[in-house]
Design a binder for this molecule. Structure first.
Ligand code: DX5
Ligand code: ZN
Length: 227
């Protein structure tokens, strides 16, 4: 099951919000490896997206991996709702509260893979005592809240995490500003899951899905060429 091959996880934050079902089907048909879902609460981050009922409605359309990124605070009271919604991976921010260890325990206890996300200002060391509870570390390469922002280089942090992880089965995911120019830097540093919103959906639509395919392949090929 676990592998470190480069995986592209389009963020549906850049999809047509009136047409999520068809958008998810289109990106998967065009080669998306995972589907990344950005949950924002208007409190932990300035923007507001969708909650567990919407995520549950996406579930039947997702045939790959439903990767749910919570940008909410507090987290713990919503964990069961996202398990019920069918999240495969549930990621919480280390900055979202004082008890990330408990949060990761609860996510795993609810039967999901547990992810921990780090804002650009949070050091790699912050996860040192969480590795046994963690299936994925999400390194933010933008400040969370919006798609289409400028990439912030986190090469040193990703290298440090890759070293810290060793042979543990923990994914390193990169979120923010991934495109064919920036993805190779993160792949070379040790990342395996690349989230991309604007760079996947740019120029395409459900009636022009082949553009999604071209965009996904361009990011993946650039990343693989750096290995
Ligand atoms: C940012 C979100 C990202 C975002 C990425 O808060 O977590 O997943 O959608 O979008 P791009 O690829 O456009 O930076
Ligand atoms: Zn995200």
């Amino acid at each position: 099951m676990f592998d470190r091959n480069i995986k592209i996880a389009p963020s549906i934050l850049s999809a047509d919000f009136a047409n999520f079902g068809q958008e998810i089907q289109a990106i998967e048909a065009q080669g998306a490896d995972w589907v990344h879902i950005d949950v924002m609460d208007g409190h932990f981050v300035p923007n507001l997206t969708f909650g567990p009922m919407a995520v549950k409605a996406f579930r039947p359309h997702v045939k790959t991996v439903m990767d749910v990124h919570l940008m909410i605070s507090p987290v713990d009271q919503y964990i069961d709702a996202y398990a019920d919604a069918g999240a495969d991976v549930l990621t919480a921010h280390i900055e979202a509260g004082p008890h990330i260890h408990r949060t990761l325990q609860a996510i795993k206890g609810a039967g999901m893979k547990a992810g921990v996300a780090l804002n650009p200002g949070t050091p790699a060391d912050a996860v040192a005592h969480l590795l046994e509870l963690t299936d994925l570390i999400c390194v933010m390469t933008v400040n969370p809240g919006f798609g289409g922002q400028k990439y912030i280089d986190m090469t040193g942090k990703v290298r440090a995490l890759r070293e810290m992880i060793g042979d543990r089965e923990i994914h390193i995911e990169i979120d923010g500003g991934m495109d064919p120019n920036t993805a190779p830097l993160m792949a070379a540093a040790g990342a395996d899951v690349l989230v991309a919103g604007s760079a996947v959906f740019r120029g395409g639509s459900v009636s022009r899905p082949e553009v999604y395919g071209e965009n996904i392949r361009a990011i993946k090929a650039a990343a693989n060429a750096a290995l």
